[in-house]
Design a binder for this molecule. Structure first.
Ligand code: DGL
Length: 256
């Protein structure tokens, strides 16, 4: 059973890519909407929430866990690997290197949560590939609006926060929620090249499964749990994923 989690339904943008590459595994997707958004919390608070999710996933048999959240990856992965040496954690990161490899001489906007932009792990990546025409923008509150799915509020946010970046060529979507609003972003910034980490993390998972001899060893089962048992999240997960899955009740400790 492969565990995968995010602070809400944003990680579905990663999960969809994973399902394209490794459909014959069993997955449990954990949407931690009880603690959303992670991106504006203190690092200790993020780790505490993530640990709760990880303990749940391990209790359901996950020894491979995909952190489909840039914030949790940037802030927690090092400590998680130390604390859970028997678990394989597959982490994501803002696709800044990908933008650099594609068009390093072009103006680049990195959109991510405040915690990601301020994290040591992200800053190391940024300084390694900095092209001196990159803008880092902490999109506080944006993931929350995407969770709520209010298109008008999302458009208003983007107009007031992103208009000043009109003209950039590359846009790094450094939060798993943002690929869900590519069209809205394009309306404000015009034609841009988008980069996100979903392909990278999916390939990494496939490599790990091959190494461990676990590729194609599942039945393609998908479980979904939302920490708030939020019906709206369950509905959106289904709309985005477009696949059959079983829902687990967060108020019970169900066997799977
Ligand atoms: N989707 C998450 C990320 O990739 C976090 C969003 C949030 O909860 O702030 O960073």
């Amino acid at each position: 059973m492969i565990g995968i989690f995010d602070s809400g339904i944003g990680g579905t943008t990663v999960f969809k890519e994973i399902l394209k590459l490794t459909p014959n595994q069993n997955f449990i997707y954990y949407s931690d909407s009880k603690h959303n958004p992670y991106g504006d919390l203190a690092n200790e608070e993020i780790y505490k929430n993530v640990k709760e999710v990880v303990d749940y996933l391990i209790s359901k048999g996950s020894l491979i866990i995909v952190i489909a959240c840039n914030t949790a990856s940037m802030v927690c992965v090092k400590k998680l690997r130390e604390e859970y040496p028997n678990v394989t954690f597959i982490a994501t990161e803002p696709a800044y290197k990908m933008a650099h490899d594609y068009a390093f001489d072009k103006e680049t906007l990195v959109m991510a949560t405040k915690s990601t932009i301020q994290s040591e792990k992200f800053l190391n990546l940024y300084h390694k590939y900095d092209n001196n025409i990159t803008y880092l923008y902490s999109c506080s509150g944006l993931a929350e609006l995407i969770e709520d799915g209010n298109n008008e509020a999302i458009n208003n946010y983007l107009i007031s926060h992103l208009t000043k970046y009109k003209g950039v060529t590359n846009v790094v979507l450094g939060c798993t929620h943002y690929p869900l609003i590519k069209k809205n972003i394009s309306k404000v910034l015009g034609k841009v090249n988008f980069f996100d980490g979903s392909c990278g993390i999916s390939k990494e998972l496939k490599r790990k499964l091959i190494d461990k001899g676990l590729l194609d060893k599942g039945q393609g089962k998908i479980y979904f749990i939302d920490s708030n048992n939020d019906k709206q999240k369950i509905k959106r997960f289904s709309e985005i994923l477009g696949k059959d899955y079983l829902i687990l009740d967060a108020s019970k400790n169900e066997d799977i």
